[in-house]
Write a protein that binds this ligand. Structure first.
Ligand SMILES: C[S@@+](CC[C@H](N)C(=O)[O-])C[C@H]1O[C@@H](n2cnc3c(N)ncnc32)[C@H](O)[C@@H]1O
Length: 193
């Protein structure tokens, strides 16, 4: 488990308890994954927190049950915009943000239609191939901003595909929670002319 303060740990436990309660009614994580909630979802998402300066503005795309968006909101005290088109999941995100003291605006909209003010960071996990993430992210990143995506073993192929249409600077970090996983940091995203 990553080192977190006692206060952060308590807020993460509040989040986990609420997610387990809501998961009985709406499918936030699969029943099989629920037993793995801490390693598979919470600790996986926590890896993003040290990459985001405290108090930064972050847009999380397709937040689902709050991964990584709410976890980053808790651990980095970031000001979050969570975009999630499923109305019931969006209701959970609002309730969990309130219960965990996260400053969050939840947009219950499709990413394509949402128009939040651009932010210094955009995050996403388990949402779409890299090329699609870049298309969604580019208009939402403030100048000099950075995207942080949690990715699986298809990342090398996704990167090759994306580079056909996008210029970018990138750095890949190994995941500490998933031996096939990686975090890709992307900046200077420009469409190939
Ligand atoms: C596979 S889930 C992953 C959720 C979470 N990021 C995680 O890692 O557990 C993808 C989520 O993105 C949402 N989603 C998919 N396409 C979207 C879109 N175009 N706009 C907004 N939300 C979208 C879905 O409703 C779903 O909750």
């Amino acid at each position: 488990m990553m080192d977190v303060s006692r206060e952060t740990q308590a807020r993460l436990e509040t989040f986990a308890a609420l997610l387990i309660k809501w998961n009985a009614k709406i499918n936030l994580v699969s029943a099989r994954d629920l037993a793995q909630l801490w390693p598979r979802h919470i600790e996986d998402s926590l890896q993003i927190a040290p990459l985001v300066p405290r108090g930064a503005r972050v847009i999380d795309l397709g937040s689902g049950g709050g991964f990584p968006g709410l976890i980053v909101g808790i651990a980095s005290d970031a000001e979050m915009t969570l975009i999630e088109s499923d109305q019931r999941k969006a209701a959970f995100l609002r309730e969990a943000a309130r219960a965990c003291g996260v400053r969050a605006q939840v947009l219950a909209q499709r990413i394509e239609a949402a128009r939040p003010a651009p932010a210094s960071f955009v995050t996403a996990r388990a949402l779409a191939p890299l090329a699609k993430l870049l298309e969604w992210t580019q208009p939402l990143l403030a100048p000099g901003g950075q995207a942080l995506f949690l990715k699986g073993k298809a990342l090398p192929d996704e990167l090759t595909d994306a580079q056909a249409n996008w210029h970018m600077s990138h750095e890949i970090l190994n995941s500490r929670t998933d031996e096939n996983g990686a975090i890709i940091k992307v900046s200077d995203i420009r469409r190939v002319e």
